[in-house]
Every structure is written in C-alpha cells, then in structure tokens.
Design a protein around this ligand. Structure first.
Ligand SMILES: Nc1ncnc2c1ncn2[C@@H]1O[C@H](COP(=O)(O)OP(=O)(O)OP(=O)(O)O)[C@@H](O)[C@H]1O
Ligand SMILES: [Mg+2]
Length: 310
C-alpha cells in the first residue's frame, strides 16, 4: 500500500495526467504477481526523471507494445526500465546481450535431471510465463540471427516456439524493453524486421536542469555553486564529446555521482572528479584536455566544505 502511494506521488510529480495515472493503477491491479517472483519487481533507488520520455514509454506499454530505448551513455535507459517494472508492478528479467548470445540461452536448453532430459527455462521463457518485463539490454550487441527466434515472441503472435517442446503463449502482461547505445564498440545495426516489432524512444541527452535535479536528489545537502559547477563540467565534457574532441568514455554520470560520494569521506573534490570521470579515459592526451576543463570548474583548493552544507 505504501508502495502504491509512492508510485502515485512519483507519477504526479512527473506531471503525468490523472487519466494516465489511473490507467497505470488499473494495469497494476489487473495483473497479480506470482509470489515466487515478487522480489523481481524493481524498487528503484532513484526513479527516472523526464516527463515526455516517461509518457511515451507508459502509453506504449499500456497499448501492449514492446519498447526500444535508444540513446547515449547514461541517459537513464536502465533506470527507465526499472521504473517501468516498479510502476506497473511487473517482475523484471534482465537479459544481457553479447556476441555469443544464441537462441538456446534466451529460450532454454536441454539438461539432464532426474534421469531424463528436461528443459532448463531461459530468461525469455520465464518472463513469458510470469508476465514479466524482459529487459533486452544492449540488444544491438547480439547477432541478428540469434534475435530472429524472438520474432514470433515480439509481434502479435506473442508466442515462443521451443524446439522439441510445445509452444507457449505469452502471459498478457508480458512486455519486452530493448536498450541500445548507438555507436558503442561492438554494436551492430539492428535489422528492420526486428525494429518494426518495437516502438522506439529516443532518450534525450542530459541537460542542465535534469543534471541539477538528479544531483540534488542524490545529494540534498550539496551547495548551489557546487551543483552548478559539477553539472557544468559534465555538460562541458558532453559538448567536447559531441564535437569529437574527446571520446565518450569520461561522460559517465554514474561515475560522477560515485566520485562525489567520496568527497563526503574527505577526498578533495579534484581527486573525486579524477576517479569518477577523468580516469575513465586511458588516453594521456585526452586526460590533459579533461584536466584543463576540470580546473576551470572545480578549484584545486576546494574541500568537502565547498561542496556540502556544513
Ligand atoms: N533521466 C534520468 N533520470 C534518472 N536518472 C538518470 C537519468 N539519466 C541518467 N540518470 C542517471 O544516470 C546513471 C546511469 O543510468 P543508466 O544506467 O540507466 O544509463 P544507461 O542509459 O543505461 O547507460 P549505458 O548506456 O551506459 O548503459 C544512473 O545512475 C542514473 O542516476
Ligand atoms: Mg544501460
């Protein structure tokens, strides 16, 4: 019940219409979660921030569609997946893709148990049974032929064909949410047949308002100047990366947040930025550019007291 109230106030805070909030609540109440998998329903430490993106994702799911989240690094793709699992109250199944992903690892493999051959159910199969949200993480890392087994699962047929076993139909609450990061090393072009089975959401790059909001949520006692300088630094890096002056390696919000946390234990802010952002690059020339940029934002003399309220 407390959780329901939390979800309600989060959705209101994001500015979603009352009508949409009612539809989400109805969905949650319509489908119960099997007690065996309740711990799979996510409870995000910090839910996704961004009204428009959230609205697109929610309406697509309500209409029975699968979603493909496409965007740069740390634009909150996985945070959004967690948030959707939470607000719709569905168990989440993380399915990470890599070059060696094949259909058996997704759907299931034969194993020998109790003196007979049995199907060991893969994550897609389990997700289908329990009405889960299957998170197809970094889907464009997989080979397209591994993904072709999912065609019937992802379109109106909503079924899984397990070679040698009977086919199963997806639980009505099952949805699949793919994430992809264009241009990461090792990614492939997704083929059209696959993409046509998703509604695609372009994740917006972080802007100053979102950054300050997120930092404040993580660090409610952070001083205004520090909020502005850390956000500014991140955006400086973002601009340099989009101009091709640096790689996207140091563009790591997760790293910046983890770095700032070390300031609480007494690490000088300049070193926190090194650990969280600058050292993510292993290129000496690039590091120098980053150091110069950081020096204009985070003075070397800064201590914990310049960052947090006393
Ligand atoms: N819109 C947002 N709302 C909430 N948190 C966000 C948002 N955008 C970025 N973040 C923050 O960025 C960090 C990374 O988010 P997440 O892991 O979801 O990114 P991602 O898009 O999956 O990145 P990657 O491409 O590296 O996998 C999280 O710690 C989260 O706090
Ligand atoms: Mg991710």
């Amino acid at each position: 019940m407390l959780n329901d109230a939390h979800i309600q106030s989060y959705l209101q805070e994001q500015g979603l219409s009352p009508d949409l909030i009612v539809q989400v609540t109805d969905f949650r109440q319509q489908y119960e979660v099997d007690p065996a998998v309740t711990e799979r329903v996510a409870v995000p430490t910090m839910p996704f921030y961004g009204k428009e993106t959230l609205e697109m994702a929610i309406t697509a799911i309500l209409q029975g569609e699968n979603l493909l989240l496409s965007g740069g690094k740390a634009t909150g793709k996985n945070v959004l997946c967690e948030t959707l699992s939470w607000i719709f109250g569905r168990p989440a199944y993380d399915i990470s893709f890599h070059v060696n992903t094949d259909s058996a690892s997704l759907i299931g493999t034969d194993t020998f148990k109790d003196n007979e051959v049995q199907l060991r159910k893969g994550p897609i199969y389990q997700c289908a049974e329990f009405g889960g949200f299957g998170i197809l993480d970094e889907i464009n890392m997989a080979k397209n032929d591994a993904l072709s087994v999912l065609h019937a699962t992802l379109d109106h047929r909503r079924r899984i064909d397990v070679p040698g076993y009977s086919r199963i139909t997806l639980h009505p609450a099952t949805r699949f949410i793919g994430t992809m990061n264009q241009g990461y090393a090792g990614t492939r072009e997704l083929n059209e047949a696959l993409v046509s089975r998703f509604l695609v959401v372009d994740m917006p790059p972080l802007d100053v308002e979102t950054l300050i909001f997120l930092l404040k949520k993580h660090f409610p006692d952070m001083k205004q100047t520090a909020l502005e300088q850390f956000s500014g630094l991140f955006l400086d890096f973002q601009k340099k990366a989009s101009n091709g002056e640096i790689s996207t390696k140091p563009l790591d919000l997760r790293g910046m947040i983890a770095g700032i946390r070390t300031i609480r234990s007494g690490l000088p802010p300049v070193n926190a930025i090194r650990m969280g952002l600058i050292n993510k690059s292993f290129d000496q020339f690039e590091k120098e550019i980053l150091e110069d940029s950081a020096n204009t934002r985070i003075p070397k003399t800064w201590t914990k007291n310049d960052v947090f309220e006393g």
